[in-house]
Design a binder for this molecule. Structure first.
Ligand code: PHE
Length: 379
């Protein structure tokens, strides 16, 4: 039992006992003094009737204030015949004590009631079922982007991000794709501004078609050794269908230093593929062509769904293509002022949607952009 409760009740009991004694004594003393008997009765009744602390305060003034009924009994003593004074004085004192003790007791009762009411007003029903906060989470694409970049950061790469609206120079020309190169075609490039012969600043500006311009942007500013990973958006003039989107995400990576070989490239991408798709994955490099790497290759990882046996995911071939790569073409070093006799490097790049689609067996690229929570919640 808590002490405070017991103490509170004891005090109340003492108050009640005291009031009872006082009432009894007053009853006897005022047996033949009806006026004083009335003062006592009215005092008790008005304290009893007060239903708020404010009302009780008014009652207190009416009884014990300067002109209060109890005060006046005591103040009037002087006007009484001397023989009456001791008896009425005693009654007056008892009246005052009774009024004080009853007011005190009532104050306690009303204060407790007020506290109960304010508790009830702000009450929390802890038995009601809770309302779960709606906690969001990162989009699958953001997660895959982080996962991929983290792997390279753990290998010592640093992240560099660049503009999505890009000059032709960075997107094509310095990447060894001269003006006649078919990759600049209107068919697959979204131009913001086309070259105009009478324009003073005749440069094509476009939405970058890949993240490779970041190779040039970083190399142009900095010197080897460089180990850079660059995720971001890329754009192509493609119709939206299950496997194409005009806006998509890529990740670019490159390393430039002295003595970097194709062996380094293979080891790096093998480590990456195993970290992302499982430690028993095999990696193969298929010869390919990119204008800015020589030699170039496409990187396949053994299908993690069938372990290379051939299944629906890998369309029966046992391998999944994850990105393009190659040794940076010495011509590219020419554009950024690196000595190709001294430095060598590799680059790789691929689609992040593609990687996520393979990893999570997603068969339609459009689900990444539709923001259907039934899809988003699964990851
Ligand atoms: N940029 C190429 C693409 O978009 C990929 C790539 C990057 C290839 C780096 C080689 C080196 O297809």
């Amino acid at each position: 039992m808590s002490c405070s409760r017991r103490c509170a009740r004891d005090v109340t009991d003492v108050g009640a006992e005291m009031s009872e004694d006082l009432v009894k004594a007053l009853d006897e003393l005022t047996a033949d003094r009806p006026r004083l008997r009335d003062v006592a009765a009215v005092a008790r009744a008005s304290v009893e009737a007060a239903s708020t602390l404010e009302e009780l305060e008014e009652v207190k003034v009416k009884l014990l204030g300067k002109k209060g009924s109890v005060t006046l009994v005591l103040k009037g003593l002087g006007a009484l015949p001397p023989g009456e004074r001791p008896a009425v004085g005693k009654i007056g004192n008892l009246l005052r004590r009774l009024a004080e003790s009853e007011i005190e007791e009532k104050t306690r009762v009303l204060e407790a009631a007020r506290a109960d009411a304010s508790l009830a007003a702000g009450a929390v029903d802890v038995t009601l079922p809770g309302r779960a906060p709606a906690v969001g989470h990162r989009h699958l694409l953001s997660r895959i982007t982080e996962e991929v970049t983290e792997i390279f950061v753990s290998l010592g790469y640093r992240i560099a991000e660049g503009p999505e609206v890009e000059y032709d120079y960075y997107n094509f020309e310095a990447l060894n794709q001269p003006p006649h190169h078919p990759a600049r075609s209107l068919n697959d490039t979204l131009y913001i501004r086309r070259k105009d012969p009478i324009d003073e600043d005749p440069e094509d500006i476009l939405l970058r078609t890949h993240t490779s311009p970041m190779q040039i942007r970083v190399m142009e500013k900095e010197s080897p050794p460089l180990y850079v990973i660059s995720p971001g958006k890329a754009y192509r003039r493609d119709e939206l269908d299950a496997t194409h989107s005009p806006e998509f995400h890529q990740v670019e990576g490159f390393a430039v230093s002295e003595g970097i070989t194709m062996g380094d490239l293979k080891g790096t991408l093998e480590a990456f593929a195993r970290k992302l798709f499982g430690s028993d994955r095999a990696v193969r490099f298929r010869p390919h062509f990119f204008p800015f790497t020589e030699p170039s290759a496409e990187v396949d990882v053994s299908c993690f769904a069938c372990d290379g046996a051939g299944c629906g995911l890998c369309k029966g071939v046992g391998w999944l293509e994850i990105m393009g790569c190659g040794m940076i073409d010495p011509n590219v070093f020419g554009y950024v002022g690196y000595d190709p006799e001294r430095y060598s490097g590799f680059a790789f790049g691929g689609g992040l949607e593609r990687i996520a689609m393979m990893k999570y067996n997603i068969d339609d690229i459009r689900v990444f952009y539709e923001n259907d929570v039934r899809f988003l919640r699964q990851f």
